[in-house]
Design a protein around this ligand. Sequence first.
Ligand code: DHB
Length: 301
Amino acid sequence: MSSALTTTLLGVTMNNPVIAASGTFGFGHEYAERFDISRLGGISGKGLTLHGSSGNDGMRVWETPAGLMNSIGLENPGVRRFIKEECPYMRAAGCAVLANLGGHSEADYIAGAELLNEADIDILELNISCPNVKAGGMAFGVLPKSTEAIVKKVKAVTKHPLLVKLSPNAENIVAVAQAAEGAGADGVSLVNSFLGLAIDVAGKKAVFENVYAGLSGPAIMPIALRMVHQVAHAVRIPVVGLGGIATVNDALSFFMAGASAIQVGTITFAQPDAMLTIIDGLERYCLEQGLLNIAEIIGIV
Ligand code: DHB
């Protein structure tokens, strides 16, 4: 692995700055059958809740032109089972381990973060941007005040570096990012999915039981890129960029817009080894451009 891609994020040194996005990679088992997952920079596991959940009823995924809508509803094994069963597997994969923590209440988030202090993870990714649960989730991340309150409380209990995952459905994502920074976040990751609506016209009803669902994939990329650019100019902590990244050019665009690392999600469903293609492409780009490290292009636009 070339040192041109070596990246230190929130004090964690990674092979490269490409992280599998939460909710698109499980805990890695399925993809390990398809490619060498140790080549990734990191893996952000499926969003956890304190007690676990079986997720939403009804339709869960729906393809759109250049995008994917989802309403999974945080299906996950719960924090305790994650620590026992999934975390050792992710650690053995040899790349950075991110635990993504969601919650339905402030107490849930705090208890989850406290439990995760016993887990061998590198970064705690606090998910205040899940659009698919009735209580909590995105509700915490749409306003600066509620963001500040939850980030402060989680920061006070966690021993891990804290990355806060932001919602593009926020009233003002720059203000939310600044609130997270002010409350002690070590970094922010953005963006999660955009709230959308799909209608089953023949059935004269919404496709999803929760009516609205999260849109991700190439369709959202230019909007995500604009938000990353805005936030990177407004905070001093590292920004992890995501939202529809599918190609090496997309990845380079996020670095140029100010991202210190990227996450890749939806494209993995269509092209399981897309992240490897991106990593190889980034390496080639550094060589061609004579860059000692990819970090040289962060924020140049
Ligand atoms: C789910 C979707 C999200 O966008 C998220 O951040 C967390 C969970 C879900 O539906 O499971």
